[in-house]
Design a protein around this ligand. Structure first.
Ligand code: ACO
Length: 397
């Protein structure tokens, strides 16, 4: 009942190799004898030089640089270039780009009730059909895709409101240009800077589900557009990219800090999750949450909402400390991402695709890295179905 785990590659033995190479890896055991890790948890599936996450220490590095410093000293353009090339260039910038005509035609055809995440995925798909990016993916392809994607999402948002899309202003930053194309006017510089910071913290986070999806697709020597479409599909799931919108509705429901204690205790007693807290990897304060909290504190329009958010956070952390003393549950990035996204005036259904715009740099960096490794990703499944059985004959005998 076992199958070969490498069904596309002949083993040296199968080729009749007489001399075993000392460097050759040992023949893997049959799938039934190997450990199974549900959800691939704990499995090392790639080597990467792009990002490093230490959940115990609450550390996130992009190419060795700490996320807090990248937010303070960088721009999304510089950080994207760092992720793609490994080089920190002060002069690097990424300007918002015009939407290719076939993409605009497709966006105009979408129903206004379409989910903005589907609109973004469609835009990337049509870009791929028009541009036909070849394998292996390149930094130029990554730049082009990352620079036009915010324009496409902004255009869809305007079209669904019955408004005409706005041409991008290439003098603005990518985040500023996104706001300008959403609202049809030059962005408030503080809002543009805050959204740029959000783009930086959202750009990369190791081998999460969408990045893994992207690498799997590229590993088949498929193209960057296909890989990013798959990644957007993975990010659309509420377990991956949906939390910030729920943080906003949670804070609306709580209403005021005085109501937080009762609300949180009742929610936990019901078995509900408190959105914006806990993480699969971090056992310390999420460094992205810390960086975004600083940014949110600098936004003058946010004062009242932020004051509530900070006071509610204190209550939640105290209650978790009391109810789950053996388990460290801290604030995650989505809590303060909600503050920033709400503060720059985005509607909640644009939160997940805006996360996708930020992650575009990380996805494409991983696509480039995976293509240079050029190794098909093809794990095994442990078979748990019925044993070999004869198909019943047509005559019933
Ligand atoms: N609210 C209530 N209880 C929680 C929370 C929370 N936010 N987070 C963890 N717990 C509980 C778990 O239910 C579990 O309880 P149990 O031992 O009684 O079963 C215990 O704490 C331990 O959970 P962990 O192992 O630390 O967390 P897990 O890996 O299972 O889940 C997850 C991580 C899914 C992120 C969870 O914390 C959660 O649902 N948080 C709320 C949603 C959220 O904010 N998501 C965004 C995450 S960040 C990101 O994706 C970019």
């Amino acid at each position: 009942m076992t199958t070969s785990n490498i069904d596309n590659v002949a083993s040296p033995q199968a080729k009749g190799s007489a001399v075993a190479s000392p460097a050759a890896p040992a023949e893997p055991k049959a799938p039934a004898e190997r450990p199974y890790s549900p959800g691939l948890q704990g499995v090392i599936a790639a080597e990467t030089a792009i990002g490093f996450v230490d959940g115990e220490k609450g550390q996130l590095l992009y190419r060795g640089y700490p996320i807090g410093q990248l937010v303070e000293r960088g721009t999304y353009g510089r950080v994207a270039e760092l992720l793609w090339t490994g080089e920190w260039r002060k002069s690097a910038r990424l300007a918002p780009a015009a939407i290719p005509e076939p993409v605009m035609c497709a966006l105009r055809e979408l129903p206004e009730h379409a989910h903005p995440m589907d609109a973004l995925r469609t835009a990337v798909s049509v870009w791929g059909a028009w541009r036909r990016p070849h394998w292996p993916p390149t930094v130029d392809q990554a730049r082009e895709l990352t620079a036009f994607a915010p324009s496409a999402l902004a255009a869809f948002h305007r079209l669904r409101q019955g408004l005409e899309p706005v041409a991008p202003n290439p003098k603005l930053s990518l985040a500023g240009g996104f706001l300008q194309q959403l609202n049809g006017k030059d962005p408030d510089p503080a809002a543009a800077r805050a959204l740029d910071a959000y783009f930086i913290v959202g750009a990369e986070h190791g081998l999460n589900a969408s990045t893994f999806t992207c690498r799997v697709i590229i590993s088949t020597r498929s193209d960057l557009a296909s890989a990013v479409c798959g990644a957007i599909g993975a990010l659309k799931g509420p377990l991956h990219g949906g939390a910030p919108a729920e943080v906003v509705s949670q804070l609306h429901e709580i209403g005021s800090p005085e109501r937080a204690e009762k609300w949180v205790r009742e929610a936990i007693a019901r078995g509900d999750k408190i959105m914006g807290f806990g993480h699969r990897v971090y056992r310390a304060y999420d460094p992205r949450a810390a960086a975004l909290r600083k940014v949110a504190e600098g936004m003058s329009d946010m004062a009242e909402w932020l004051d509530t958010a900070v006071k509610v956070e204190d209550v939640v952390l105290r209650i978790f400390g009391e109810l789950k003393p053996d388990h460290v549950i801290k604030t995650n990035v989505e809590y303060y991402a909600a503050a920033v996204l709400q503060g720059v005036g985005l509607p909640p259904d644009l939160f997940p695709p805006t996360f996708a715009l930020a992650r575009m740099a990380g996805w494409s960096a991983h696509a480039i890295e995976q293509a240079s490794a050029d190794k098909l990703i093809r794990p095994d499944a442990r078979y748990v179905g019925p044993p070999e059985t004869e198909v019943p004959s047509l005559t019933g005998r």
